[in-house]
Design a protein around this ligand. Structure first.
Ligand SMILES: C[S@@+](CC[C@H](N)C(=O)[O-])C[C@H]1O[C@@H](n2cnc3c(N)ncnc32)[C@H](O)[C@@H]1O
Length: 327
């Protein structure tokens, strides 16, 4: 592979990741804290952290998404009259205004800086008093992002990250969710058979035998997949996807072919992006040895009191808490 081709592929891969996150945030999601399909929140811990910051603190939230942490900080600021100013950075484009049920007046003290990878970020302002990240920093290339982060911190600046952990229960459930979707999208599996069915005109008697054979194959695959997923909640993405393609197959005889194909392609695109995001999470997850290396890297970048511990939620290991202070 030539160097040029290598960089073209890297750029394409980077853009695919950004697109996958843009799709998620544009979908109006507020955050990404899931455990086995249930949303969890470490809100109370974050409220505790923000409440201890001084008045007029300047807070930088890394890989902010739709601003889950900035919104908590803004609420604390309002309730305690602390006058925080908050900046949220992400390589995707945050769209917090699309999140249902948020108090949009909280956005007044938050600036979102999108299209900004942590590895190359340069902000107009520096001297932050607190730097936070919830399942974000670890997605970046730490070798390149840590010096950038350290440069933006004022002396005494507090850093608090919630980091994906490798092997914990969130990690395992993510592996399973990712595996289920990959199976649906694999060659000769549900989506593939559905797509092949879509190539035939359901009213054409000449293709009847072929389509009936494909339908039997589709139904057998669906039955076997459903048997493996009986314990999943109906809002699990794989259950939703199976129900959706089943309806598509049933609607072949009356749905306009272009709309039918578009519906199938749109869902495949959604699911491919979902797999990209889940794979990203699995790659970002840190083992204990990785955390030890992070401690060293942050110390070398001029931080002190660097420590980490497991983050537990209902006795489930949902990540690592990483703490440090700028010298
Ligand atoms: C799991 S989400 C967490 C978002 C948010 N912190 C929250 O708690 O909802 C990960 C975020 O990291 C962002 N991201 C991933 N890699 C990044 C990078 N290298 N630079 C900046 N943002 C990145 C993604 O766009 C996504 O918004």
């Amino acid at each position: 592979m030539t160097v040029r081709l290598f960089f073209i592929l890297m750029k394409a891969e980077f853009e695919t990741r950004v697109d996958a996150w843009n799709r998620y945030w544009k979908g109006g999601h507020g955050d990404t804290c899931f455990h086995q399909g249930d949303v969890f929140s470490l809100r109370r811990d974050w409220v505790g952290f923000f409440s201890e910051l001084p008045a007029s603190a300047r807070i930088l939230d890394l890989a902010t998404g739709n601003g889950a942490l900035p919104l908590i900080a803004a609420e604390v600021s309002r309730e305690m009259s602390l006058g925080f100013s908050i900046t949220g950075v992400d390589f995707a484009v945050p769209t917090p205004e699309l999140v249902a049920d948020i108090d949009t007046s909280l956005l007044d003290c938050i600036s979102f800086v999108g299209s900004t990878p942590l590895e190359t970020m340069e902000l107009d302002e520096a001297g932050f008093d607190a730097v936070t990240s919830q399942f974000g920093f670890e997605y970046s290339d730490a070798r390149r992002s840590i010096p950038r982060i350290a440069k933006l911190m004022a002396p005494g600046c507090k850093l608090r990250f919630l980091i994906h952990s490798h092997g914990g229960s969130v990690f395992k459930s993510t592996e399973q969710r990712c595996g289920r979707i990959k199976q649906l999208l694999a060659k000769d599996q549900l989506f593939d058979v559905c797509r092949r069915l879509g190539r035939f005109n359901p009213r054409d008697p000449a293709s009847l035998a072929k389509t009936q054979k494909l339908e039997r194959r589709f139904n057998a695959k669906l039955k076997s997949l459903r048997a493996k997923t009986t314990d999943l909640p109906p809002d699990d993405v794989s259950v939703y996807a199976m129900n959706y393609v089943e309806q598509l197959v049933q609607s072949r005889s009356y749905a306009p072919p272009d709309e039918w194909r578009k519906a199938l392609n749109d869902l495949s695109d959604e699911l491919n992006d979902y797999v990209i995001r889940l794979n990203g999470m699995l790659r970002a997850a840190q083992k204990d040895a990785d955390m030890k290396r992070l401690v060293t890297s942050f110390e070398e970048a001029g931080l002190e009191d660097v420590s980490y511990q497991p983050a537990l939620q209902n006795q489930n290991d949902v990540g690592w808490i990483f703490l440090a202070t700028k010298r």
